[in-house]
Design a protein around this ligand. Structure first.
Ligand SMILES: Cc1ncc(COP(=O)(O)O)c(C=O)c1O
Length: 410
């Protein structure tokens, strides 16, 4: 395609052919659920077959190639999120698994004091509530305003009010981009700074940021970040990650008494797993490998390869700029039909539109060939229907989707 801005004609010539299978799926369907499940490249099947072929041909020796694939995944995610050390990216099967690894990393059994928001994804919400029910955390939830928006200053105020004077472990969990409304949390740097002043560690849920817009993990300074491949990087389920800030990595490997050595562990986190040597203190590997667990699933990392390579090859700035243009086209077309998005502030990769009830609206749109989804607004007074274009979405599809939306959402 060459350098410069992306164009629909360039994408048609050079990128659409890489998606021939998924594009042949249902002629006429307008797929705008890319914020949920990203569309797979044709290459996914060959990549997964490659992983399996190592097993058939090499049996136990397949581990060399398999571990190279996992290392490739870690390096690609590190590059995607602005993290200098690939070993600081630890593969996880889900975001929930990454969050639990952090919650299980404090050297004392004292309960966590946690500040989070009502806008976190259901997985994070369920994990925090489960820890709270067992008395292992007290969680202070920041509420949204009447429009369902979260304000960095309200989060900072809660951190100050809740964490001051607390001596036990403290943690702040927030999204970089909220999953229901697509709101970008402006002032995230200030939230991180306030948490650190009060001795709290910070976990950023970047699922709707990484792959959708530039992310600078090292520069941001958060202690941890979680995300995954299901959506914007087209990797399907199972290839998620936990990124750990360098300040928490120990080159000699952490001891069990040290801060933040997770109990979510297994033999792959040992200093020398294949020596099969046993010792009472089970020394951990150096750096991020100390956060690995046990024998990992391998095929999800093959499955995630092509989408990440495409994202990195095109470049996140170009992808995100093209997505903005598509959103502008969609918003303008919706306006012509009397439909307005609910969030005019900086937002992630999709256009959110309010609806009194989500499921019937989504069903009606689906019957007319528009594939979107809806989630209840955290302020509790309505639903939000999410429209997310991707590289394969044409201008004509956006205009047709807006016309169809008129009958359902205007
Ligand atoms: C913000 C956010 N975090 C996490 C997830 C996925 O969580 P998990 O990997 O635990 O299923 C999603 C999925 O939709 C999400 O939107």
């Amino acid at each position: 395609m060459g350098p410069g801005d992306l164009s629909e004609s360039g994408l048609r010539d050079h990128v659409f052919p890489l998606f021939s299978r998924v594009l042949a799926r249902q002629p006429g369907e307008i797929y705008l659920a890319n914020h949920s499940l990203g569309r797979p490249m044709d290459a996914v099947e060959d990549d997964v077959r490659e992983g399996l072929a190592h097993w058939y041909a090499e049996l136990g020796d397949a581990w060399d190639a398999w571990m190279d694939e996992v290392s490739g995944f870690r390096a690609r995610i590190a590059s995607l999120i602005g993290c200098a050390r690939p070993d600081a990216v630890v593969p996880k099967a889900s975001v929930a698994q990454g969050l639990r690894a952090v919650l299980n990393s404090h050297p004392t059994a004292e309960p966590w004091t946690i500040v989070s928001t009502r806008g976190e994804f259901d997985s994070d919400d369920a994990v925090l509530k489960s820890y709270a029910r067992r008395g292992r955390a007290s969680v202070h939830w920041v509420e949204p305003d009447a429009d369902g928006r979260f304000d960095a200053d309200a989060i900072i105020q809660t951190i100050g009010a809740v964490c001051a004077g607390v001596s036990g472990p403290k943690l702040v969990l927030v999204s970089a981009v909220f999953f229901v409304s697509g709101q970008v949390l402006e002032g995230l740097e200030r939230v991180i700074a306030a948490a650190h002043i009060h001795g709290a560690i910070v976990v950023i849920d970047a699922y709707h940021a990484a792959g959708a817009m530039p992310v600078e993990f090292d520069a941001l300074g958060a202690d941890f970040m979680v995300g995954g491949s299901y959506k914007y990087t087209r990797g399907g389920p199972g290839a998620c990650w936990l990124a750990i800030h360098e300040r928490h990595l120990r080159d000699a490997g952490p001891t069990h008494e040290e801060t933040l050595a997770t109990l979510d562990t297994g033999w792959f986190a040992l200093a020398d797993p294949f020596s099969y040597a046993r010792s009472e203190d089970a020394p951990r590997a150096a750096g991020g490998d100390a956060w690995l667990e046990a024998t990992p699933a391998i095929l999800p990392f093959y499955q995630a390869r092509s989408g990440l390579e495409l994202t990195l090859a095109i470049g996140i700035e170009r992808l995100s700029a093209y997505n903005r243009k598509q959103q502008d086209v969609l918003v303008a077309a919706l306006a012509e039909h009397g439909v307005r998005p609910i969030n005019d502030h900086p937002r992630g990769a999709y256009v959110p539109i309010g609806a009194p009830d989500g499921p019937p609206a989504v069903r009606s749109l689906a019957e007319q060939g528009v594939d979107v989804d809806a989630r209840p607004c955290p302020s509790g007074n309505r639903w939000i229907v999410r429209f997310c274009p991707d590289l394969l979405t044409t201008r004509d599809e956006l205009e047709r989707a807006a016309e169809i939306a008129r009958g359902v959402l205007a």
